[in-house]
Design a protein around this ligand. Structure first.
Ligand code: HSE
Length: 439
């Protein structure tokens, strides 16, 4: 960094896709205001791209700023913005940038969730900032509230919708009765879902975000491989209709909570899965591709964060907020928060998590069936809260659908119950099992 107090801070941008283009355009358009807020101008000294020669006039930047030599570019900057995504070469570029004394702003959830501690250690070693608000929930200020504003409180739960694509798909299934495949096609047509929607619909994107949220909330290292993950590919129109009949909607939730296992060990439970959410819960009303996250903290109580969780400009808003923060540190001195992992809580296995369950069964309608089924639940210590039966026949032995909702139960106990139900003479088929959250 130049000693001249009027010299611009040199900003390198790695990646010029949807988010990178928005960052470049907004940074250029707001240059005077950003300079006033930081106390020094910010100058883009280069944009690393995979291929030259594309029309990038939308960025408002001259062609000579574009380069394919990202490894060189990161050594010529005071601040590096990484919006390439993926593990490599993003990790090597970030580490090299830090070695050369640059602060880093990144939106890379996959890298942070897989190898965040390596990045934090490098930031610490080289005395530079690492900011990543855009990695989770797009424009919504969520990570800095957890990292800074709530650093004096004890967070017990972070619960929310952190993937816009799957929220759009489930919302369409709920409001139009569409099946999963049809709703995904609609999401692709509108540009929400990628041509290969695996990362979103299988829950990988949400699991990476859950790992980042849990790490910050609980001062504990949680990586994506610690997160129990179930996507929405097996959610059917029948599940959505069953939720409707229960006064619920189906949402893909990221759930991070302090928990105690059956042996009394205190730890954290971090999971991503579809769940029925009662219509009266505020998360049930989060439609389209929006994100919303509840945070429960001891002194603060319940907080809700809501807004656009994806898209070029919304994500660029979070990137530019981080850019201003780290630039202010460059100008005024000091650094933002370091990694805080002192609590070092164990991540409990999924079997230890506790929630309510909806179970729908195809059963024979004859005396004693309900008693037999109830005894299977009781045998695993799972308490039934509600039972409803719908008989399809008109007298005589017929098939009936039995819907049961449990009180809170251990996941392992519920799984064992379902295994036994599948074997039971009284049960023709287990039609659907879904967790019920948000009570
Ligand atoms: N694909 C993500 C979503 C946005 O649908 O929410 C980027 O994290």
């Amino acid at each position: 960094m130049s000693d001249n107090p009027a010299a611009p801070l040199r900003v390198a941008l790695l990646g010029c896709g949807v988010v990178g283009t928005s960052v470049a355009r907004l940074l250029t358009a707001s240059a005077e205001d950003l300079a006033a807020r930081v106390g020094r101008p910010l100058a883009i000294v280069g944009v690393a791209v995979r291929r030259l020669g594309r029309d990038r006039s939308e960025t408002g930047l001259p062609a000579e700023l574009f380069t394919t030599d990202a490894m060189d570019l990161v050594t010529r900057a005071d601040i590096v913005i990484e919006v390439v995504g993926g593990i490599e070469p993003a990790r090597s570029l970030i580490l090299r940038a830090m070695e050369h004394g640059a602060a880093v702003v990144t939106a890379n959830k996959a890298l942070l969730a897989e190898d965040g501690p390596t990045l934090y250690a490098a930031a610490q070693r080289h005395g530079v900032d690492l900011y990543y608000e855009a990695a989770v929930a797009g424009a919504i200020p969520l990570l800095r509230p957890l990292r800074d504003s709530l650093a004096g409180d004890d967070v017990s739960q972070v619960l929310g919708i952190v993937n816009g694509t799957t929220n759009y798909v489930l919302d369409k299934m709920t409001t139009t009765g569409a099946g999963f495949a049809e709703a995904v096609q609609q999401a692709q047509a509108l540009g929400y879902a990628e041509a290969d929607p695996t990362a979103d619909v299988e829950g990988f994107d949400a699991a990476a975000k859950a790992a980042i949220l849990a790490s910050l909330a609980f001062h504990t290292r949680v990586s994506s491989k610690d997160v129990h993950r179930e996507g929405i590919t097996e959610v059917t129109a029948a599940d959505v209709a069953a939720a409707e009949a229960m006064g619920c909607v189906v949402k893909l939730l990221a759930i991070c909570e302090r928990a105690v296992d059956a042996a009394g060990v205190e730890g954290v439970s971090v999971r991503v899965h579809p769940a029925m959410v009662p219509r009266r819960h505020p998360l049930a009303g989060v439609g389209d591709a929006f994100n919303a996250v509840f945070v429960q903290a001891k002194a603060a109580g319940q907080l809700m964060f809501y807004g656009p969780g994806a898209g070029g400009d919304p994500t660029a808003s979070a990137v530019l907020g981080d850019l201003v923060a780290v630039a202010r540190h460059r100008v005024g001195g000091g650094l933002g928060a370091r990694e805080s992992a002192y609590a070092d809580l164990p991540v409990l296995p999924m079997g230890e998590s506790r929630t309510r369950y909806y179970v729908s069964l195809d059963v024979e309608d004859r005396p004693g069936v309900l008693a037999q089924i109830a005894s299977v639940f009781a045998g695993h210590g799972v308490s039934i809260q509600q039972v409803r039966q719908e008989c399809a026949g008109d007298g005589g032995p017929c098939s009936a659908q039995l819907v049961l909702v449990t009180h809170q139960a251990r996941d392992a106990d519920l799984s064992a119950t379902v295994d036994d139900l599948i074997e039971s003479d009284s049960v023709r088929g287990v039609l659907s099992v879904m967790r019920v959250e948000g009570e």
